[in-house]
Design a protein around this ligand. Structure first.
Ligand code: CIR
Length: 260
């Protein structure tokens, strides 16, 4: 159960966010704001208390708050994003985390290590961490050291094509895992019950488990059905504006239970 969620509103400069898919067009600020509101409502429906942070126009990608921290049952780890334009997004998350975690369990990834939360997938007390264009070997080394200190474990998953680990693979509890593309045959996920996402719906591999319900992006009917067939209630939300700048549903929130 995740009792708490942190989100950050999209900012006026969202159209300047980093993208690998310029052909999708630029996100529309008003639409993004509407979609963000619906996303918050969906999270609230699952019983979580949502803390909505104000937008920050200094950082076009700052609504993707997941990348700034990894929140566990024992500690909070503030990241050091690999994208230069995103590095300083972390300064704003520290005082927020202090409302939910004792100061002495707030840890940091330091340069030259880089790590983004989108590369970290939690399965109970184990954390898979993608080695990507954003998360480097030194970031992973520091991250695994921190996990060890708290009795948690982690393992590295090298990425080939996708931006972040959770762009292509997401754990939805009960040993069920959504896998797309390069992760379908990855031996590290062999022991899970795999739900294979069809290539044309790969974006929907980034669906999120929230307190028994799975929140799925709108417009991916095959994925929605596969998740329903696995026994989950589903809420769909439109994420089209975030998709234009490589953002999915997981990136838009930090989901956790407060230690305070
Ligand atoms: C970026 O490239 O950093 C943003 N445009 C998208 C971040 C998506 N975050 C995530 O998958 N956790």
């Amino acid at each position: 159960m995740f009792q708490n969620v942190i989100v950050k509103q999209p900012c006026h400069r969202i159209a300047e966010g980093i993208t690998s898919s310029p052909e999708l067009g630029k996100p529309d600020y008003e639409k993004a704001l509407e979609q963000h509101c619906a996303y918050v409502k969906a999270l609230e429906k699952t019983g979580a208390k949502v803390c909505v942070l104000e937008a920050n126009d200094a950082f076009p990608d700052s609504c993707f708050v997941e990348d700034t921290a990894v929140l566990t049952s024992k500690c909070a780890i503030v990241t050091n994003p690999g994208a230069d334009s995103r590095k300083d997004e972390t300064a704003a998350i520290v005082p927020v985390l202090q409302h939910f975690f004792p100061k002495e369990v707030i840890e940091f990834i330091h340069a030259p290590g880089t790590l983004e939360g989108g590369d970290v997938m939690m399965v109970r007390n184990h954390f898979y961490v993608g080695k990507s264009s954003r998360t480097n070997a030194e970031g992973i080394r520091q991250f695994l050291d921190i996990l060890k200190k708290y009795g948690l474990s982690g393992s590295e998953v090298p990425l080939e094509h996708v931006l972040h680990l959770k762009t292509g693979v997401n754990y939805i509890e009960n040993r069920n895992i959504l896998v797309s593309g390069e992760f379908k045959n990855n031996s590290q996920f062999e022991s899970y019950q795999k739900i294979e996402i069809p290539e044309e719906e790969a974006y929907a591999a980034n669906s999120i488990w929230m307190n028994g319900t799975v929140i799925v992006p709108q417009g991916y009917p095959q994925t929605e059905q596969l998740i329903r067939d696995a026994g989950y209630p589903v809420i769909t939300v439109d994420a089209s504006e975030f998709r234009k700048i490589d953002g999915g549903l997981s990136c838009l929130s930090l989901r956790f239970t407060s230690l305070l």
